[in-house]
Design a protein around this ligand. Structure first.
Ligand SMILES: CCc1ccc([C@H](C)CC(=O)N[C@@H]2O[C@H](CO)[C@@H](O)[C@H](O)[C@H]2O)cc1
Length: 822
């Protein structure tokens, strides 16, 4: 039994200081005189890692010993954010480390800012996966988050002359101290080739898959600590490698390129994250990435299960596998293949296990985001899976025929195969048939799923459908992001709210305490001051922390209507130009968000925001009353700066389009008030905080359906609303684009002649609502009351509540507390 030195686990300032110095020397190979800030960050990171390893390995040991049921979250994306501070908070050693670093003559904030966040996701779906991993560990639920270890994550965004420019995200170039490679757990994944059936020596009909090439999957594990518990779960991300470094057979027969491109293909598989959020590009590499990590993960689960002396009969009792949208849904066919072809289970038993094992979460209603693969491409890459999908479909449609005899319409709308055009595999249908539960991510979204996108499935299999409204982790989005507000809250109601967010309600007891309201305002102002400093340092723009910080940060997409926000800004600008002594509430409009590189309308909206900002920010007649800021490279790290500093949260999507939203929750938790439509989780936030503490506007889904049914002509609004017309005409005139009236033509035409997302229809309601916001902000005492109530009533939106619901409704798992071995 190796005696663990205190140096590795000790928490005294002295021990920590020595550990940092030791790691600088022994791991970074540096002494202070030549050490860089990054060297000190790495030395600190390894010092912290040492203090979580015991929890991690202990957790693993307990899970193995107790043969626990594991939740396996399959997600093509994880937006974990920077690890250091989150791990210090979850370990409860932030203060000790801060002192040890200070006493080492170092500045902790500088080291924190050194960390490059792993941007292994696009937006909401990826960040939700990481919030859920934090809650699973904090609730002591045994879990593994399976995904892809992209060498290059979401691009870094730079703004050049107002335009988005994508920069490769080399997040691994300086090493990653928070992961451990597990080459001993590597698995092989097949691609292409063909199948052949044979009779095994018991005369059973069997199928073997003879692949064209095989790729090796190497797992890298990252510890996911729970908050102040001994649990540390794992995020296991797969990297692809060539099986054999060089295929000499091919080389010897002169097929030099064949010998090499195997290697290249294998390495390219997990090279880069697809930067699309919603509109999909049916690229073969995307399907290869999806199949690769899903096959690695399912083989890994089966190995873990068999190692514990189980048979696969009770696999579904030991593994609850959640499909994070359709991206991993090939898993349904892959588990069938593994059970039938590799472990020789009969079809019926294999299907029973598969359906019980999987749950499917849908995150979007946008038709263009629904994954469907051309049969040709699919069959070429995954010949055995296509056979299995045909068999699944045959048996499923037999069921459909029983319920709807002779109803071919039903058959073709439910089929896993879209027979139209050059035929497609509908991945959402495979996920629905192969899962025992299907859920949306907010009440309205789950209702709309049942009424529209998955209507036929709901009518056929109503018992499968449920809802689990999204949530966010209060650890990262309050304690890590907003320590000042967290301390103020804890000073009033203690710290239990961090583990049990419903306790925030106790804050209502202090609402009549003027002193507390004053403290509340001071914290907000301090955080706004910090963001103002950041904006000045990064962009050279001076904004006043006394102005109303009106913030919209999220991916750029027409349904999120960042351009409606711009129409409000231009209208205010016009009002001041017409009446320079107009008394308006000074506002700082802050935007942030990336556009998918191929999504030109979204990129044009970024240019429009920056173009309007240039004019407004430099117009002496406007002065301090309006400022427009586009923060480049919006990611988790920047989100942690922005959410605490907002007064107003913009959640203005066209009703029925934003499945849930999670930024809306982060803003309200940090005391921002919301201006929003009756969409996604906005509805539930308004229910919880009280309609009097929420600025609602716009058409509801049913009103939109009526408007579309009667024929929506955006020009009617343009011609009948002078302020709207003036704003559009000003853009069209080239006023914001150095006279080039054509620059935003595409955007303006899409509004004037189609306006699919109903900006014109909601314009006046939005403007009127914004006026109510301005009036309300004038009464700071009342505004502060509403702000406190927003925070106090957000308990429901903790990802802990969401995870408890998944455990009860879908996974049927329960906590496994971990005792630390002394
Ligand atoms: C294939 C390209 C692609 C990539 C990502 C996606 C995601 C489903 C998009 C996404 O992130 N959806 C967001 O998921 C959040 C978490 O549930 C919700 O809060 C957002 O409303 C939803 O837009 C679709 C298509």
């Amino acid at each position: 039994q190796i005696q663990i030195e205190d140096d590795r686990t000790g928490l005294s300032i002295e021990t920590l200081r020595r550990a940092i110095a030791d790691n600088l020397f022994y791991i970074q190979g540096k002494f202070p005189a030549i050490a860089t800030k990054h060297d000190y960050y790495m030395a600190l990171a390894y010092t912290v890692r040492d203090r979580l390893l015991h929890r991690w390995l202990n957790t693993l040991e307990v899970y193995l010993k107790q043969d626990v049921k594991l939740v396996c979250y399959l997600s093509a994306e994880y937006l974990v954010g920077p690890h250091l501070v989150n791990n210090l908070i979850n370990l409860g050693i932030y203060e000790q480390i801060r002192q040890a670093v200070e006493e080492s003559g170092l500045n902790l904030q500088q080291l924190i800012n050194t960390e490059e966040e792993p941007g292994l996701g696009n937006g909401g779906l990826g960040r939700l996966a990481s919030c859920y991993m934090d809650s699973l560990a904090s609730l002591e639920i045994p879990a593994i988050g399976y995904g892809i270890r992209y060498e290059f994550g979401i691009f870094d965004q730079e703004i050049k002359d107002g335009w988005q420019v994508e920069i490769t995200d080399k997040w691994l170039q300086d090493g990653n101290p928070w992961e451990i490679a597990r080459p001993e757990a590597a698995v092989s994944v097949k691609f292409g080739g063909h199948t052949e059936s044979y009779l095994d020596d018991q005369g059973n009909y069997r199928v073997r898959w003879l692949p064209e090439y095989i790729v090796k999957g190497i797992p890298y594990d990252t510890p996911i600590l729970g908050y102040k518990v001994n649990t540390a779960n794992s995020m296991r991300l797969w990297t692809s490698e060539a099986c054999e470094s060089f295929d000499f057979q091919r080389f010897n027969v002169g097929d030099y390129y064949g010998a090499v491109d195997r290697k290249v293909f294998s390495e390219n598989l997990t090279k880069v994250l697809y930067p699309n959020d919603e509109p999909i590009k049916g690229k073969e590499l995307r399907l290869q990435q999806q199949y690769f990590f899903v096959s690695c993960s399912l083989q890994d689960m089966i190995r873990i299960h068999l190692n514990e002396g189980n048979t696969l009969d009770n696999f579904a009792e030991k593994f609850a596998v959640q499909l994070n949208d359709t991206h991993p849904s090939i898993g349904v066919a892959e588990l069938m293949r593994l059970l039938i072809d590799v472990h020789y289970y009969p079809w019926e038993k294999a299907w029973e296990i598969t359906e019980k094992t999987f749950g499917f979460t849908n995150h979007t209603l946008l038709p263009e985001a629904l994954e469907r693969w051309p049969l040709g491409l699919f069959g070429h890459l995954l010949p055995r899976h296509l056979e299995i999908i045909y068999e699944i479909n045959k048996r499923f449609l037999d069921q459909v025929r029983l319920k709807y005899p002779g109803n071919n319409e039903k058959l073709s709308s439910l089929s896993l195969i879209d027979e139209r055009g050059d035929k497609y595999v509908r991945m959402a249908h495979l996920a629905c048939v192969g899962s025992h539960k299907i859920n949306g991510v907010a009440q309205l979204h789950s209702e709309l799923l049942k009424k529209t996108l998955l209507k036929d499935f709901y009518e056929l299999l109503p018992e499968k459908f449920t809802n689990v409204t999204n949530g966010v982790t209060p650890r990262r989005w309050m304690v890590v992001s907003n320590p000042e507000l967290s301390q103020l809250i804890s000073s009033k109601i203690g710290e239990n709210w961090i583990k049990n967010l419903d306790e925030l309600r106790k804050l209502e007891g202090f609402i009549d305490d003027g002193g507390f309201r004053q403290q509340w305002r001071e914290v907000k102002r301090k955080v706004k001051q910090d963001l103002a400093q950041y904006i000045h340092d990064k962009l050279g723009i001076i904004v006043s922390p006394d102005s109303l910080f009106d913030v919209q940060v999220k991916r750029l997409h027409e349904y999120k209507r960042q351009h409606l926000n711009v129409l409000h800004i231009i209208t205010l600008y016009n009002r001041i130009k017409q009446n320079p002594n107009l008394d308006i509430t000074p506002r700082t409009f802050i935007f942030g968000g990336k556009a998918a590189p191929g999504y030109h309308q979204a990129k044009l909206i970024i240019k429009l925001i920056n173009s309007v900002g240039d004019i407004v920010n430099h117009d002496p007649e406007i002065g301090e009353r309006l400022k427009v800021v586009f923060l480049p490279d919006y990611n988790v790290t920047l989100g942690q700066r922005v959410y605490p500093a907002a007064d107003l949260s913009e959640q203005i999507s066209t009703a029925g389009k934003e499945a849930s939203g999670t930024g809306n929750m982060k803003f309200s938790l940090n005391g921002a008030l919301t201006i929003g439509t009756f969409d996604g989780a906005n509805i539930e936030i308004r229910e919880e905080v009280g309609e009097e503490n929420f600025f609602l506007f716009g058409l509801k889904t049913e009103e939109i359906d009526q408007l579309r049914a009667q024929g929506y002509n955006p020009q009617d609004y343009y011609n009948s609303n002078p302020e709207l017309k003036a704003a559009i005409d000003l853009i069209n005139s080239g006023f914001f684009s150095h006279g080039d009236g054509g620059l935003f033509q595409l955007l303006i035409n899409s509004l004037l002649y189609l306006d699919h997302y109903l900006l014109f229809a909601d314009y006046q309601s939005y403007l009127d609502c914004q006026e109510r916001v301005s009036q309300a902000y004038k009464d700071q005492e009342h505004w502060t009351r509403m702000s406190i109530l927003n925070t106090a009533r957000m308990g429901k939106f903790s990802s802990d509540r969401s995870i408890r619901e998944y455990c009860d409704k879908i996974w049927n798992t329960s906590p496994v507390p971990i005792q630390m071995k002394d």
